[in-house]
Design a binder for this molecule. Structure first.
Ligand code: 5FA
Length: 190
């Protein structure tokens, strides 16, 4: 898969949730990001979370309403804004769901009967859904929009998995695991 025609690189990040896209069926927040691998696929780029200092995550963020239906556009934008990372997109990975989930309200026809608007413990809807793409990194810029608020580092598979488990982000582990990153032996430990 080659890179689409993308808008020129912004020097500042898009902020706020007013332009955020939600899944019309589930109400989940739609997020896109990249698993950024080096040429040999032995390392992945990780960034520190801006919300949870000391936690490491993957570059990703909200898909915006004006970005069209191809979520690679949002994934590439977020990867640039958060990690200063550019490259070639090689595949789309399976969608992963927010591990936190929430109980879905049972919606009735509004006849006022018992059960209207109650939560059904058997139905869980994700708060967010993640559309990840695999990228082979071609350029790591020394200047990028969020460089002041984030750290960035290359990690082996086992280092990345260790950090994501520590950050309590199983859905990001799932995304990493769905990529073609080379598994080093240490990865078996987690
Ligand atoms: N968040 C926290 N735990 C989550 C989980 N297990 N599954 C899904 N989402 C989870 O925080 C980003 C958002 O993810 C927060 O709103 C948090 O509640 C939620 P983060 O993943 O720690 O990343 P970050 O610090 O890099 O956050 P931002 O880039 O500021 O936010 P976004 O990733 O949403 O990106 P955007 O603001 O650029 O759209």
């Amino acid at each position: 898969m080659s890179n689409p025609n993308l808008p020129s690189k912004p020097t500042e990040s898009r902020v706020g949730r007013s332009n955020q896209r939600y899944n019309p069926e589930t109400g989940s927040r739609m997020v896109a990001g990249c698993i950024c691998l080096n040429d040999t696929k032995e390392k992945v780029i990780m960034i520190s979370s801006s919300v949870n200092k000391g936690k490491w995550v993957l570059p990703k963020g909200g898909i915006e309403l004006d970005e069209g239906e191809d979520y690679v556009v949002s994934a590439v934008r977020e990867t640039w804004e958060e990690a200063g990372c550019e490259g070639t997109i090689t595949s789309k990975l399976p969608v992963v769901l927010d591990s936190r989930g929430m109980k879905a309200p049972v919606l009735h026809k509004g006849d006022g009967k018992e059960g209207d608007g109650e939560f059904d413990p058997n139905i869980v809807i994700p708060k967010s859904e993640f559309h990840f793409y695999e990228m082979i990194v071609k350029d790591l810029s020394t200047e990028w929009p969020e460089q002041a608020s984030r750290e960035r580092r290359w990690c082996t598979y086992s280092e990345a998995k260790h950090e994501l488990v520590k950050s309590k982000r199983p859905e990001l582990v799932q995304a990493l695991d769905s990529s073609s990153i080379v598994r080093d032996n240490e990865g078996e430990a987690y």
